[in-house]
Design a protein around this ligand. Structure first.
Ligand code: HEC
Ligand code: HEC
Length: 206
């Protein structure tokens, strides 16, 4: 019985992942540039390098991941008042195009500044914490934090403040758009100190 349940869970997980892969956009980055320069520029920068730590960098982020987030902001399955308003004005084409544009831009990465946090962050990133049931972030987001296009977002060079907010949102289930609850299950086990440490470490990853 347990085996059947585990298999069913796996099937659900792989179905969800495949569904987002099929949505992988075919897009025109030149048209996306026009959208970025007229709308997104105010907050994310026309090249996806944001100037404020509460607003994520989009430069070099996975194309399918950006597209997925935009469709979810539009549908309201990822709730953020600002981005829900922005996405409402975009067509499906716009979303694909702008995702392709930002994906192709070069990230000017954030830097890790808090040395004291880096050791714990590095440990969580590379090995997780078996005692607390936390898997290594590297297992999905990659050893250097570049992510895996279509499934796992890039976290390297992102503002630590933004990463922290997202992990806390996953932890309380306020952000619930992660396939098969992958991030909610992990974030539930992270303390505030863990979140601060791993966010700082990811910011400094290259
Ligand atoms: C008024 C400011 C503002 C504008 C304009 C804006 N955004 Fe955002 N965007 C935000 C904020 C703030 C967040 C973080 C939301 C959160 O904390 O969940 C965000 C998050 C995102 C994310 C999620 C990134 C991630 O790593 O998960 C994407 C994708 C995104 N924006 C795309 C766009 C695009 C494309 C445009 C232009 C069409 C745009 N945004 C315009 C403020 C803005
Ligand atoms: C089993 C795979 C898996 C593991 C392990 C994992 N993640 Fe994730 N993570 C995901 C997926 C999938 C998403 C994308 C969710 C979505 O589609 O919105 C994600 C998204 C995120 C985001 C949101 C990024 C953004 O731009 O908004 C953060 C932050 C994050 N993960 C941090 C971590 C940290 C820190 C760890 C280690 C403690 C970790 N993840 C381990 C699968 C994983």
């Amino acid at each position: 019985m347990m085996r059947i349940l585990a298999l069913a869970a796996l099937l659900v997980a792989s179905f969800t992942v495949n569904a987002s892969e099929e949505a992988a956009p075919k897009a025109d980055p030149t048209k996306g540039k026009a959208v970025a320069e007229t709308i997104c520029v105010a907050c994310h920068g026309a090249d996806g390098n944001s100037m404020a730590s509460a607003i994520p960098h989009l430069a070099g982020q996975g194309e399918a991941y950006i597209y997925k987030q935009l469709t979810e902001f539009k549908a309201g399955t990822r709730a953020n008042p600002i981005m829900m308003g922005m996405a409402a004005a975009l067509t499906d084409e716009d979303m694909k195009n702008v995702a392709a544009w930002f994906n192709q831009q070069e990230l000017k990465p954030a830097v890790a500044t808090n040395e004291a946090l880096i050791a714990r962050g590095k440990h969580l990133w590379r090995a997780g914490d078996a005692a607390k049931g936390i898997p290594a972030c590297a297992g999905c987001h990659g050893p250097s934090g570049k992510g895996l296009p279509a499934q796992f977002p890039r976290l390297s060079g992102q503002f630590p403040e933004y990463t922290e907010v997202q992990l806390k949102a996953f932890r309380i289930g306020e952000r619930a758009n992660d396939p098969a609850s992958m991030m909610r299950t992990i974030a539930e086990k992270l303390s505030d100190a863990d979140i601060k440490a791993v966010s700082e470490y990811a910011a400094g990853l290259r």
